[in-house]
Design a binder for this molecule. Structure first.
Ligand SMILES: NC(=O)c1ccc[n+]([C@@H]2O[C@H](COP(=O)([O-])OP(=O)(O)OC[C@H]3O[C@@H](n4cnc5c(N)ncnc54)[C@H](OP(=O)(O)O)[C@@H]3O)[C@@H](O)[C@H]2O)c1
Length: 234
């Protein structure tokens, strides 16, 4: 599965799954443009370019496309990974939190992908990061659940939109992964459901992203792949 010399744009590259994927793809000889609000420790790698940017600032997306245009760059792969959760019960979620979660998890992948239409190479590949919450619902965070269900629908829709350019679009639905977003996975009410009896690592998601980008996945399109240790089998 050669990913050598491919150019990848990754959102949410400063921690967790995004950082692990950035490191993994650089180890496979990709060049990565990473977007996040905070700086990244990996900044000094010659195959890494950081754009410090808040993805909820939709009217400033030209900063990203202007960079690509100025450098005459087209990307091979796009990973829409950046995401937040503001956990709360349904009756306690206010409009502000609702909007913040939807803007980051749903609007940003939608409008960033739209902005990048002419910057993604023919036969490229897009991966969106969903969540097990899209399937499970759960006791908390109905706004987060909606935002991730939307991503899975968008993934199927984009697979059709990008079909003419033979750009494959898939989603990964991670289970509980040890990151800043899920600091205490063992305390999660659904931890007991995991057949493998452990949380996943960000690196285990990164490898599936690499697989979906690669030619090894050349006939996988419009799918959501669950990577959750077997969370919904009992
Ligand atoms: N961990 C899990 O158990 C789990 C399970 C299912 C799905 N997921 C999904 O996996 C993805 C990655 O999450 P993670 O677990 O790796 O959490 P994380 O460590 O908190 O990483 C989230 C990333 O998103 C970036 N981000 C958030 N808001 C942003 C904004 N407005 N603009 C730019 N970047 C922004 C953060 O960077 P800055 O803070 O520097 O901006 C950070 O790099 C998310 O979509 C999440 O919903 C995680």
């Amino acid at each position: 599965m050669s990913l050598k010399n491919k150019l990848v744009l990754i959102t949410g590259c400063s921690s967790g799954i995004g950082l692990a994927t950035t490191k993994y793809l650089i180890s496979k000889k990709c060049r990565v443009i990473g977007i996040s609000r905070k700086n990244v420790k990996l900044l000094y790698n010659k195959n890494f370019k950081h754009i410090k940017f808040d993805l909820t600032e939709f009217d400033k997306y030209d900063i990203i496309t202007n960079y690509l245009r100025t450098k005459k760059l087209k990307i091979d792969f796009l990973l829409n990974n950046a995401g937040i959760n503001i956990p709360n019960k349904f009756d306690k979620i206010d409009k502000n939190d609702f909007e913040q979660v939807l803007k980051t998890n749903t609007y940003a992948p939608f409008f960033l992908t739209q902005k990048l239409i002419n910057f993604i190479k023919t036969k490229g590949s897009i991966v969106n990061i969903s969540s097990f919450s899209a399937i499970s619902g759960g006791p908390f965070s109905s706004h987060y659940t909606i935002s991730k269900s939307a991503i899975e629908g968008l993934t199927r829709n984009l697979a059709i939109f990008f079909g003419k350019k033979k750009i494959r679009v898939n989603a990964i639905s991670p289970g509980l992964i040890k990151t800043r977003l899920a600091k205490f996975p063992k305390k999660h009410p659904y931890f007991e459901r995991i057949i493998l009896q452990r949380a996943g690592s960000p690196e285990e998601i990164a490898k599936v992203v690499g697989y979906l980008f690669s030619d090894s996945a050349s006939y996988i399109n419009g799918q959501t792949i669950n990577v959750d240790g077997g969370m919904f089998l009992k």
